[in-house]
Design a protein. Structure first.
Length: 134
């Protein structure tokens, strides 16, 4: 995947978020770790308004869905404020599904791509290799 200069990469699962910016160019990306803005995980996701449901049977899953919803809200805010113009999201498959439920249309327009893979806690080289392979 070609990653233009100043494009962002968000790597997420249900508990962690890492944010990187490409300081290189599309042909030779150079990812730099960025400080992650505060993620409000109080939102329990699309199905979390009920005390319990078959879709989200336990608190752990509701917490993960809430973190994904909070991550999407933070990314929406960053895109709407003009801080992020181009974005790639790499997320655990279930987290990616929850993130998609909360994308603002402006975030969707800024998306260069999505990769359904859990890379949180992996090295920067693993993230770069995954981007290069897609």
């Amino acid at each position: 995947m070609l990653l233009p200069n100043n494009a962002y990469v968000a790597v997420a699962d249900g508990e962690k978020l890492q944010l990187y910016r490409n300081d290189g160019d599309a042909g030779a990306p150079s990812l730099a770790a960025m400080q992650v803005p505060e993620v409000d995980s109080d939102n329990k996701g699309a199905g979390g308004r009920h005390a319990s449901s078959f879709a989200n049977p336990d608190d752990s899953q509701q917490n993960e869905d809430g973190f994904a919803a909070g991550t999407a809200a933070m990314l929406n805010q960053q895109v709407l404020a003009g801080h992020i113009e181009k974005l790639v999201i790499i997320a655990a498959p279930r987290t990616l599904g929850e993130l998609r439920k909360h994308y603002h249309k402006t975030l969707s327009a800024a998306l260069l791509g999505e990769i359904a893979k859990d890379l949180t806690g992996h090295s920067l080289k693993d993230v770069e290799a995954t981007l290069a392979a897609h």
